[in-house]
Design a protein around this ligand. Structure first.
Ligand code: FE2
Length: 383
C-alpha cells in the first residue's frame, strides 16, 4: 500500500486532507473522524456497536496532529489530546469528499434496470444447489438483488414448499391473508371457451405501509394453457417516464397517491404514499402501482391534477409496453421471487383444460440482503 503522500491539517484543525491508498485526496472533518473511531472506548470490540453518543464528543473537536504508520492514520484530537488510529483502507472505502449532487431518480450502483432484453438471461437458481451450497445461494440472491426478481427451479412439488424458499434467506411476512395464500383455479374442461382473466402488472399490497418487500409465488400445478407470469422493472419504467416527461416523473414522485383495501370483514388497510418514491437525495427507492387498490387521489392540488393524471396514464402505458416485459411459464416445483418495491408482476390470461395452482407468500428484503451480505463477507474472508 502506498504511504499517503501528504497529510494536511485544514481549517485550524477542524479537518484533515489525506492522500489515500487508492491515490485520491480526501478531506475528513475532525468530528466525523472522532465519531467513526474504532477504538475500544468508542466501539464494543466484537459486535462493533457504538458506546458513545455524539454528545460525548466535544463540539469543538479539532485535530492537533496526525501521522501515518503501517497503513494507519494516527490522529491526535483536541481538546482531550487522545490519539486514535484509523485504517487507511477503511478511510478510502468511506471517503465522502467526492459525493456530489445527483439527478432525481438515480439508482444504486448495486442494481441494474432492464427491459424485455433480459428474457434471454433471467436470473435463475436451482433449488437443490442453493439449499446445499452457500456460494450458489449467494449468486442467486445477488441476481435477485441486482434485477429485483429471480426464478428458482427444481424444488419439491408439495404444498408449503414456498416456505422452504423463504427459509433460504429470511422470514415470512404474515398478513391478513395468512402465512401464505392460494392462487388456485380449476378450469372447467367441459367449457373450453372459458378464459381466465389476465391481470395488469402491479406491485402487491400498496395499501400497506410498509409494503411487503418480497413476494414468492410457487407453482404446484400448471397444465392450463396460458397463465404465464410476467414481470416488469418498475425502475426502468420510471426512468423512461423521466426521460420523456420529467414533469410527469416529478409529479408522481412529489405527490402521494392513496391506496386502500377493505375487502373483508375486520380489515381496512390504507396508505398514502407516492407511486414513484424517491429518497430525500433523489434515489429511486420504490414503485407502487396497482389499479385494483388505487383509492381517490386527494393530495394533488387542482392545478396539477390534469398533468398528474396524464403522467399516471403514461406510466401505466410504459408498464404495459411489451418491450418491457419478461415472461415465463412456471412448471410444478418452480417458483419466482420479486422485489415488491421495484418489480411489477402480472398473470397472462389462461384457458383450456387443466389446472393452475400456485401458492404465494410475502417476506422481506432486509433478510435477503442481510443473508447475501453475510455470504459475501464470509467469501471475502475465505479468499
Ligand atoms: Fe399480485
Amino acid at each position: 500500500m502506498p504511504k499517503p503522500a501528504a497529510i494536511e491539517i485544514l481549517d485550524d484543525g477542524r479537518a484533515i486532507a489525506v492522500v489515500l491508498p487508492n491515490g485520491s485526496r480526501s478531506r475528513f472533518h475532525a468530528v466525523w473522524l472522532r465519531d467513526n473511531a474504532w477504538d475500544e472506548k468508542t466501539r464494543v470490540p466484537g459486535n462493533g456497536q457504538r458506546l458513545i453518543t455524539l454528545g460525548d464528543i466535544p463540539a469543538d473537536t479539532r485535530i492537533a496532529a496526525a501521522r501515518c504508520e503501517a497503513g494507519q492514520l494516527h490522529v491526535t484530537f483536541l481538546p482531550d489530546r487522545r490519539t486514535i488510529a484509523f485504517d487507511l483502507n477503511w478511510l478510502a472505502d468511506h471517503a465522502y469528499d467526492g459525493a456530489s449532487h445527483r439527478a432525481a431518480g438515480w439508482t444504486s450502483p448495486g442494481i441494474e434496470t432492464w427491459d424485455a432484453a433480459l428474457q434471454s438471461r433471467i436470473p435463475e437458481g436451482d433449488f437443490g444447489a442453493v439449499s446445499r451450497d452457500q456460494s450458489a445461494l449467494g449468486e442467486w440472491l445477488q441476481g435477485v438483488s441486482r434485477y429485483g426478481f429471480g426464478k428458482l427451479s427444481g424444488g419439491p412439488v408439495e404444498s408449503g414448499a414456498l416456505f422452504k424458499v423463504a427459509a433460504l434467506f429470511g422470514y415470512i411476512r404474515e398478513t391478513n391473508y395468512g402465512r401464505h395464500f392460494e392462487v388456485r383455479t380449476e378450469v372447467n374442461p367441459s367449457n373450453l371457451a372459458y378464459t381466465g382473466l389476465g391481470l395488469q402488472a402491479h406491485t402487491d399490497n400498496p395499501y400497506r405501509d410498509p409494503v411487503p418487500t418480497l413476494q414468492i409465488l410457487y407453482c404446484l400445478e400448471n397444465s392450463a394453457e396460458g397463465g404465464e407470469n410476467m414481470v416488469v422493472d418498475g425502475f426502468r419504467a420510471a426512468e423512461r417516464l423521466r426521460a420523456e416527461n420529467s414533469r410527469g416523473f416529478e409529479l408522481l414522485s412529489r405527490y402521494c397517491a392513496r391506496f386502500e383495501y377493505a375487502g373483508s370483514a375486520g380489515v381496512c388497510l390504507r396508505s398514502r404514499r407516492p407511486m414513484i418514491e424517491l429518497a430525500p437525495d433523489g434515489e429511486l427507492i420504490a414503485i407502487r402501482f396497482n389499479n385494483r387498490s388505487a383509492a381517490a387521489i386527494t393530495d394533488v392540488p387542482y392545478g396539477d391534477m390534469s398533468d398528474y393524471y396524464a403522467a399516471y396514464r403514461r406510466f401505466g402505458e410504459l408498464i404495459d409496453d411489451t418491450a418491457m416485459e419478461v415472461t415465463f411459464k412456471l412448471t410444478p416445483g418452480e417458483s419466482f421471487i420479486v422485489d415488491n418495491t421495484r418489480v411489477l408482476h402480472a398473470r397472462k390470461g389462461y384457458s383450456g383444460a387443466g389446472s393452475r395452482w400456485l401458492q404465494g407468500c410475502y417476506a422481506d428484503k432486509d433478510g435477503l440482503l442481510s443473508t447475501l451480505a453475510a455470504i459475501q463477507m464470509q467469501a471475502g474472508r475465505a479468499a
